[in-house]
Design a protein around this ligand. Structure first.
Ligand code: ADP
Length: 477
């Protein structure tokens, strides 16, 4: 039971309610009693003062205490009271209880009194008593001292009732607080239960499960975060499934070709000549490239791609790559040229990875540009307030071709793994479908970015922005 958060909250609440209600009832009770005591004492003081004044006047008028008992009886304010009067020597001259007349006050146990005086001469002693305490030992007049007050029956009743009310109010408040607390804790525990259920569903593979977002408080925020986490997990799971399917598919094509060729040679359909062996070699080369590309991408995605960063002249590197690929461009009579706005673009990069970027963009451009088309590579320096990566100076490399172009609906996705605009044609040429995904991962690993602009029928331009740190040297051409 104590493992449930609702019970824990309810028990904490119970403890708080019991302690606070108990303490406040106790303190209010104490305060009421003290105030009531003082109130009663001041009333008694006024009462005894008026009675002694009356007695003094009586004495002055009659010259003694004769027949004073009747008058004393008239002074009683309640049936609980008893007034005893003695003369100056302590001999009782009147007793509303009709018991002690003629006796010495000390002998009947009376000690506390209020003096009755006339012209500064003590003429008598008044002993106000409570009927409840008529026993000798406790028959003390209460008005002599506020600390030794003995309440009358009515007063005791009043105090008892007040105390009972206080405890009743306390218990009622505690019960209401507990009920409300139990209902309110449900509001906290319900979303927590929903989250727990959501986590269990996700871990059991139910990736579509989402938690209801009921409130706008922190728990609502938590539910929202949980749902967006579930969304990304779902996406990741889907992309993992697609990736596995894509890899299996991509591996199957060259393997089928190899298997078919070898089978053909074994069955005597193909001669084991140079042409067929080259064909097999080409397919194994494709498999190797595919595996290497996949390894690079997964390392880059996991942030584990090791970059061998060194000061590199990007212009020289691109010039080299362009001249390597000139032969392939010329085979298609493509005019491949390099325009550079800078002479030296020395940046801190991994030259091998940079070459991979330029190579992939250029081979794509050559493949997608028709005969006699144009490919223009440019390298330009960018100041810190550039629009591509605001706040970072860098070098912008672009590869523009006059190829078939890429429809806008594909433009966003061409950097995804295995994404092809026309899958059949690309497969024919034996490409891996990972070229642009690698370009993207490599550019991002350098802190840069890559993007493309294209017009169908007119051509495409691919851009790579490489940030250059403060020490990098970029000289105008
Ligand atoms: P692939 O190995 O198939 O070329 P990439 O990742 O390099 O894979 O490219 C993804 C897709 O983007 C290609 O299938 C192609 O349709 C499209 N693409 C890439 N470069 C160009 C380009 N210069 N012009 C037109 N389409 C291109």
């Amino acid at each position: 039971m104590l493992r449930s958060i609702r019970w824990k909250l309810a028990l904490s609440l119970l403890l708080i309610v019991v302690v606070s209600v108990g303490l406040s009832s106790f303190l209010i009770g104490m305060g009421t009693q003290r105030e009531f005591k003082e109130y009663v004492a001041s009333c008694d003081q006024m009462y005894t003062t008026s009675v002694t004044k009356f007695l003094s006047d009586y004495y002055k008028t009659t010259g003694g205490w004769k027949n004073v008992d009747k008058l004393l009886a008239q002074q009683l304010t309640s049936a609980d009271e008893r007034l005893v009067l003695s003369d100056g020597g302590g001999i009782i001259v009147a007793d509303t209880g009709g018991e002690w007349v003629g006796k010495n006050a000390k002998d009947v146990g009376l000690s506390q009194f209020v003096a009755v005086s006339n012209l500064n001469q003590a003429i008598g002693r008044l002993y106000p008593l409570s009927c409840d305490c008529s026993g000798i030992a406790s028959s003390l007049g209460r008005s002599c001292s506020t600390t030794s007050i003995v309440y009358t029956g009515a007063e005791q009743d009043f105090l008892k009732r007040t105390n009972n009310y206080l405890w009743m109010i306390g218990l009622l408040t505690a019960a209401v607080a507990l009920f409300l607390g139990w209902v309110l804790t449900r509001q906290i525990t319900q979303p927590i239960h929903a989250l727990k259920k959501g986590a269990q569903q996700l871990s059991s593979g139910e990736m579509n499960y989402r938690v209801p977002v009921a409130a706008r408080d922190e728990l609502g925020e938590l539910a929202k975060s949980f749902n967006s986490m579930a969304d990304s997990l779902d996406k990741m799971e889907q992309s993992r499934r697609h990736l596995t399917a894509d890899i299996a598919h991509e591996l199957r094509t060259p393997l089928t070709v190899i298997e078919g060729t070898v089978d053909g040679m074994l069955d005597g359909v193909f001669a084991p000549d140079k042409e067929h062996l080259n064909w097999i070699k080409e397919q194994t080369g494709l498999l190797t490239r595919l595996i290497e590309d996949l390894r690079d991408i997964s390392q880059a995605e996991a942030g584990q791609l090791k970059l061998n960063i060194m000061r590199t002249n990007l212009v020289e590197l691109i010039e080299r790559k362009v001249s390597h690929l000139q032969i392939r461009a010329q085979e298609k009579e493509i005019n491949l040229k390099l325009l550079t706005g800078v002479r030296v673009a020395e940046v801190e990069v991994d030259p091998v990875r940079m070459e991979q970027i330029v190579n992939n963009l250029l081979t794509n451009a050559i493949r997608h540009t028709p005969r006699s088309g144009n490919i223009t590579v440019s390298v330009d320096k960018q100041p810190a307030d550039n629009k591509y990566m605001p706040g970072k100076p860098g070098v912008l490399v672009s590869v523009a071709d006059t190829g078939e172009g890429i429809p806008p609906e594909h433009l966003e996705r061409i950097f995804d793994r295995f994404y092809r605009v026309e899958s059949s044609r690309a497969k024919e040429e034996g490409e891996t479908g990972l070229g642009l995904a690698i370009v993207k991962q490599m550019a991002e690993a350098h802190g840069g970015r890559v993007w493309a602009e294209s017009t169908v029928g007119a051509g495409s331009t691919f851009f790579v922005f490489v940030p250059a740190d403060k020490t990098s040297k970029v000289n105008p051409a």
